[in-house]
Design a protein around this ligand. Sequence first.
Ligand SMILES: [Zn+2]
Ligand SMILES: [Zn+2]
Length: 119
Amino acid sequence: MGIMICETHGRVGFVETCSHVAKEIERKNVPDGHRLMIMGNLFVCDDCFRSLGFEKFASLAELSLEEVVEVTDGRMEAFEVAYEAIEGRRVFCLKCLAELESQSPATALPIAEPDDQKR
Ligand SMILES: [Zn+2]
Ligand SMILES: [Zn+2]
């Protein structure tokens, strides 16, 4: 899993996004799309998810890292091709993204309790 240095959070895990999700994040919009955990965190928009055929890799996302390296039926190779084809890949801090998502009034669910349970 990759580590990056965030100006706000220091050493953190990161999520890789397509350029379309990146644009939303930069505008401080909560991006729509699909999150996948395959050899790292991925976040691609609907269009990229569909056009690159990421549905095929949903089964990979359920595997642990040890299991993934044992996949020899070509799915990993296909995944790598699709991954390389993600347009304008960008990395973002996972914590910044989580904060963005938790702040958005558009997607915020009505929660009765005050959100004071900081981990
Ligand atoms: Zn996209
Ligand atoms: Zn951050």
